[in-house]
Write a protein that binds this ligand. Structure first.
Ligand SMILES: Nc1ncnc2c1ncn2[C@@H]1O[C@H](COP(=O)(O)OP(=O)(O)OP(=O)(O)O)[C@@H](O)[C@H]1O
Ligand SMILES: Cc1ncc(CO)c(N)n1
Length: 270
């Protein structure tokens, strides 16, 4: 099975292209990549960004699509509106499932998506997406809503589904509480929640990339949406639960954990 990630490079290896390819590999999917930007980054922050031209993003994507039978494609850091529009122009005519992680701001606060690009992402990319995985601040930007309560999560989910996607996963990592709860909206189905313990850790660099890459890998393997999302939640939960304790800041998650600790992760589906 072959998947592709369209994202930024994280020199620190915990997020972006690197997190995506490691996740694909651990889930036994062959990973290809389209790099939108190079970041000089480590666990302490983003120290520089060097974007690719939109034309070169297109060259990479066409090179991959022309040669491989891609079963799923994901996007992460897209940086500017030209890159977003280029991806739309290639992907809109393809029947390949597209998972959009609407990456906007790195955990340290650096902007990974320009303001104009946010508009392009919402108005052009999301309508051709299959799945979108916003965290709470991203869902707030995309919907214009303030999201604090269950009802507001429901409203945000419905709003985003109405943009044309098949599925929206609103991640609860940024909320308070004893549990980390993600809410999943699949078109035509009753929404459900995935609940795990909220783990006390600073090693959460790249959690969102890892989660969306795991969804992409499971979809590439042909799993139905709901099964793919639940398995991906197990993958990211184990990756957070067994940190590598490397770097001097917010460390990466552990992509080896899923294979090493298989089967011992409880994700409550409610
Ligand atoms: N402390 C935690 N304990 C357990 N699960 C967590 C924790 N933090 C995040 N998660 C889970 O990790 C996944 C990614 O969520 P999160 O909200 O951290 O994404 P994100 O903010 O987009 O990440 P990124 O910083 O990579 O962009 C979700 O399934 C979320 O519930
Ligand atoms: C390249 C890149 N993509 C995504 C994120 C968000 O975690 C990051 N920090 N860096």
């Amino acid at each position: 099975m072959i998947a592709c990630t369209i994202a930024g490079s994280d020199s620190g290896g915990g997020a972006g292209i690197q997190a995506d390819l490691k996740t694909f590999q651990e889930l036994r999917v062959f990973g290809t990549s389209v790099i939108t930007a190079l970041t000089a980054q480590n666990t302490k922050g983003v120290h520089g960004i060097y974007p690719a031209t939109a034309d070169f993003v297109k060259d990479q994507l066409n090179a991959v699509i022309d040669d491989f039978d891609l079963k799923a494609v994901k996007t992460g850091m897209l940086f500017n509106a030209e890159i977003v529009e280029t991806i739309v122009s290639v992907m809109e005519s393809k029947e390949i499932p597209l998972i959009v992680d609407p990456v906007m701001i790195a955990k340290g606060g650096a902007s990974l998506l320009k303001e104009q690009a946010t508009i392009a992402l919402k108005e052009k990319l999301l309508p051709v997406a299959t799945v979108c995985t916003p965290n709470i601040p991203e869902a707030e930007v995309l919907t214009g809503l303030t999201i604090k309560t269950e009802e507001e999560i429901e409203l945000a989910g419905e709003y985003l589904l109405n943009l044309g996607m098949q599925c929206v996963v609103i991640k609860g990592g940024h909320l308070a509480g004893k549990h980390a709860i993600d809410t999943v909206f699949i078109r035509g189905e009753k929404p459900f929640k995935m609940k795990t313990d909220r783990l006390k850790t600073i090693h959460t660099h790249g959690t969102g990339c890892t989660f969306s890459a795991a969804i992409t890998a499971e979809i590439a393997k042909g799993k139905p949406l709901k099964t793919a999302i639940i398995e991906a939640k197990k993958f990211v939960q184990l990756a957070i639960r067994y940190p590598l304790n490397i770097g001097h800041g917010f460390g990466p998650t552990n992509h080896f954990a899923y294979q090493e600790h298989r089967g011992i992760c409880d994700v409550q589906v409610i």
